[in-house]
Design a protein around this ligand. Sequence first.
Ligand code: NI
Length: 184
Amino acid sequence: MAILKIARMGHPVLRRRAEVVTDLHDPEVQRLIDDMHETMIDANGAGIAAPQVYVSRRVVMFRVPAERTTEDPQDQPMGLTVLINPVLEPIGEEKHLGWEGCLSVPGLRGEVPRYSRLRYSGLAPDGSRIEREATGFHATVVQHECDHLDGILYPQRMTDLTKLIFTSEWDAFTGGSIPEPPDD
Ligand code: NI
């Protein structure tokens, strides 16, 4: 396993539409998943997508740390999920605002509108099919990671750029009342 370099906003790999994974048994795919996991843990991220490590393939992973769950009773902490070739389908039009950071946009945080409920599906590394519904932070992190596969970074989803701030100003901005979120 290896800790990989993370591409930052401006690199073309983050703007590209990533390619579908056709062979799950390709040892390179399994190695990519292991390396992405190690890289995410090392960077203290809640999620990571393959384009962030310069690999333009449709692979994401994410977790729901207890400290990031919302009041929604369905938004429970969750260990690592690896999703290959994911498909998202919003349930209804309702959106919520949440603070996001991104390993590819270091030092910044932004408040981003995301669908409040969605259904997602994809393949696990063993080839089994994952189908779930998500709300709250779980829904947010899935949308954030899958956007990376379509060349979209969270600032492009923002509707109020006065809420794009440097992490170092976080306490001043929030009055110290909200803990600083980790990167996705
Ligand atoms: Ni990100």
